[in-house]
Design a protein around this ligand. Structure first.
Ligand code: BJW
Ligand code: ZN
Length: 250
């Protein structure tokens, strides 16, 4: 069974004309970045679903900003792993962009730059659906800045005075429509969608693989356990992304 799944997955990768990959927190787990919904995703006994909301940001901005400061400091010690690097090499080799991520950790971008060397990294640069934790933005206007350490007083926008916050998409906030449209087009046109390390419960990201399937393509899932999407997948490979992806793609 397992052998047959691998053979089928390799065939789908080999024969695909257009490939899109959708990644989630699980691909960064082996880099030491906590996932959201597995054990160990908690911070001071808060669930991420309680903190990653605009309501929490208004009710208790300091707690939410401290959570992001903690995550930023952890992230500063994290490096891309074999899974990020295998995906970067794969899209660089194909010369066609197709990497879509829900992650805000920037590790796909690091991997793209490292694997590309002196060549252009563009085909391996991800579409970041939920933003990037390495940037701040104003909660009231469009101003953006590189992230800065949290001080004693809450950070404010110099133009409009509103709160400065991480440039990420919280629950209930809308994704950038242009970013989502680019991802949706890639998913619709692909004949293979690789879904890696996501529980596939957060929309609209979780609908992207279904767009590939609805236009006649296949889903190959890479995850340590089954997910909301497993039933829709042609093949589900069970294992850690850092082991499975190099074996599947290199
Ligand atoms: C491994 C591994 C290893 C571990 N190797 N695998 C349709 C239906 C129902 C609800 C909605 C809907 N459309 C929209 C909604 C509302 C909501 C939503 O989806 N809710 C659901 C929970 C029900 N969506 C939104 O609010 C979105 N906005 C929107 O749609 O606006 C319009 C609208 C507004 C209001 C109402 C309706 C529409 C925005 C979603 C933004 C999500 N934001 C977050 C935080 C980002 C910033 C930050 O990081 O702080 O994004 S939440 C969090 O979840 C984060 C992640 O990107 C996202 C997905 O999580 P992910 O990556 O899947 O992580 P986990 O932890 O869940 O899973 C890890 C997986 O890895 C597991 O499967 C493990 O097994 C696996 N794994 N180690 C391989 N080594
Ligand atoms: Zn502002």
């Amino acid at each position: 069974m397992e052998q047959g799944q691998w053979r089928e997955a390799r065939r789908l990768v080999r024969e695909a004309r257009r490939v899109v990959a959708l990644t989630g927190a699980g691909i960064s787990a082996e880099s030491g970045v906590p996932t959201f919904r597995d054990a160990g995703g908690l911070w001071r006994s808060y669930r991420p679903e309680e903190l990653a909301t605009p309501e929490a940001l208004i009710r208790d901005p300091r707690t939410v900003l401290e959570w992001y400061a903690w995550r930023r400091s952890r992230l500063s010690r994290c490096r891309p792993n074999a899974g990020h690097r295998a995906l970067a090499r794969f899209f660089l080799k194909r010369g066609e962009a197709g990497l879509v991520t829900q992650n805000v950790d920037g590790l796909h971008t690091h991997a793209a730059l490292e694997e590309a060397g002196d060549a252009p990294p563009d085909p391996a640069l991800p579409i970041e659906l939920h933003g990037a934790v390495g940037r701040d933005r104003c909660n009231g206007c469009e101003t953006r800045w590189p992230a800065e350490p949290l001080a004693d007083s809450l950070p404010r926008c110099a133009s409009c005075g509103d709160l400065r916050r991480p440039d990420v998409v919280l629950f209930g906030e809308t994704l950038d429509p242009e970013v989502l449209e680019r991802a949706r087009l890639l998913a619709e046109r692909a004949d293979l969608c690789l879904v890696v390390g996501t529980s596939a419960v957060v929309y609209p990201a979780a609908a992207l693989p279904l767009a590939t399937r609805e236009s006649g393509g296949h889903i190959v899932e890479v995850n340590v356990r089954s997910t909301a999407l497993t039933e829709a997948a042609t093949v589900a490979l069970r294992g850690e992304a850092g082991t499975v992806l190099p074996a599947l793609l290199d």
